[in-house]
Ligand binder design. Structure first.
Ligand code: IFM
Length: 440
């Protein structure tokens, strides 16, 4: 048996996002977001589900912090809803919205749980979308003002500030496939949005640092390594081409200060408008980078493989391949000059149900997490500076276009009664955190 020990200060935690858990979509002065508008439009979300109530975390936050304590979490990654604190995106402040996050942060600190705050997890105020949303450069400046508001209020207690969660999902799924809010299919707009997200990140970092130079600032990227189906040079070239055209879209500007030539070649006439000074803003030094990892893509010279013979797949249709996490961490660590890394999301959707014994037995999720923890530890031994791990997710929640049909939680949520039941994986994770090691 091998035992994998983690550093004593390794930050074990779990993550959620505002629209996926909060509910209370129109309570206490919250404004409409693009996800409210999108999910309320028939046909956009499976089963007509919406985040109107979700996990009702807005009302059950105390119970949820008690749950985090029970799990022994050292950290909690969550996002704030822009339209809850600034109902129309800028200008008029909603004090009740700010109070909600203030109480949440206070109680997390009292419970000795480190709050990791993300400012933007996809829920743009609808009022800003009506002015062009992320296609409009002004939205980046509105984001910086929102960041200022939040850091002034919470910066004395929140030490980790993330600007954006997964800019690539916003770009590709919000603006190319249109499967996420705002549901647009426009390649020109997508790449302009990508650049404005980067600009907003840069402005946000600058603003946060000016107000609170003592906090840590970063961004969260989701990366899907592209791996070749065989040792052939053709397959390798296909995998590398895909990686260069898609996965480096944000890594390059953030950590090299420029967009790659592969990106320009691919984007062609849809190249975004970039103003003088933008790239320097975008490439400011960060205190950390968050990596979200779920799966990999495999390529042959003929294109992306739909199924890998012999592989296990999650309910999302994503291949389970933990070693790809280690090799990807090693790759980006050698290709970029990165700050410390946090795994800010990792987890799996499997079919879960409450058994006759009242428990939720999810051995596949335990295996998934265990193997990914081990691969992360191996990457650390290879020299990658990983400081913490946030499991996605603390509890089952609204999985965007899939509604409530996909369960990622360490905790099962019965959406009718809102009862939370810690799954076997939650108890297993509790033990990992306590021992700070894993046996294989
Ligand atoms: O639920 C999402 C999360 O909001 C962002 N990262 C991926 C998760 C699973 O799809």
């Amino acid at each position: 048996m091998t035992t994998y020990k983690f550093p004593h200060d390794f930050l074990w935690g779990a993550a959620t996002a505002a629209y996926q858990v909060e509910g209370a979509w129109n309570e206490d002065g919250r404004g409409e977001s693009i996800w409210d508008r999108f999910s309320h439009t028939p046909g956009n979300v499976s089963n007509g589900d919406t985040g109107d109530i979700a996990c009702n975390h807005y009302h059950r936050w105390e119970e949820d912090i008690a749950l985090m304590r029970q799990l022994g979490l050292k950290a909690y990654r969550f996002s704030t809803s822009w339209s809850r604190v600034l109902p129309t995106g800028r200008g008029r402040i909603n004090p009740k919205g700010l109070d909600f996050y203030d109480r949440l942060v206070d109680r997390l600190c009292a419970a000795n749980i480190e709050p990791l705050l993300t400012l933007y997890h996809w829920d743009l105020p609808q009022a800003l979308q009506d002015e062009g949303g992320w296609d409009n450069r002004n939205t980046a400046y509105a984001f910086a003002d929102y960041a200022a508001l939040m850091v002034k209020r919470l910066g004395d207690r929140v030490k980790y500030w993330t600007t954006f969660n997964e800019p690539s999902v916003i770009t590709y799924i919000g603006f190319i496939t249109g499967e996420h809010a705002p549901g647009i299919k426009d390649r020109r707009m997508a790449y302009q949005v990508a650049h404005h997200l980067m600009l907003a990140h840069g402005l946000g970092i600058q603003t946060i640092r000016t107000i609170r130079p003592d906090v840590n600032v970063g961004i969260v990227l989701n990366l899907w390594p592209a791996e070749p189906a065989s040792d052939s040079a053709e397959d390798l070239a296909a995998a590398n081409k895909y990686w260069d055209e898609t996965e480096t879209l944000f890594l390059d500007p953030l950590f090299k200060g420029y967009y790659s030539s592969a990106m320009y070649d691919m984007v062609g006439k849809n190249t975004p408008k970039i103003q003088d000074g933008d790239m320097a803003l975008i490439a400011q030094k960060l205190d950390y980078v968050g990596i979200n990892f779920y799966s990999r893509n495999v390529f042959s010279a003929k294109g992306k493989l739909e199924k890998i013979e012999g592989s296990e797949y999650t309910e999302m249709g994503w291949e389970v391949c933990a070693p790809a996490l280690r090799s990807m961490l090693v790759k980006i660590n050698s290709e970029y000059n990165l700050p410390p890394i946090y795994i800010t999301e990792n987890g799996a959707a499997f079919h879960d149900e409450v058994s006759a014994d009242g428990k939720v037995h999810d051995p596949r999720r335990i295996d998934y997490l265990k193997n990914h923890f081990i691969q992360t530890r191996l990457a650390m031994l290879d020299g990658v500076d990983v400081r913490g791990y946030m499991v996605w997710s603390l509890m089952d929640n609204f999985e965007w276009g899939h509604g409530f049909s996909r369960r990622f939680g360490l905790t099962y949520v019965d959406y009718d009664s809102q009862k939370r039941i810690i799954k076997d994986s939650g108890y297993w994770y509790m033990n990992v955190i306590q021992k700070n090691e894993i046996d294989e």
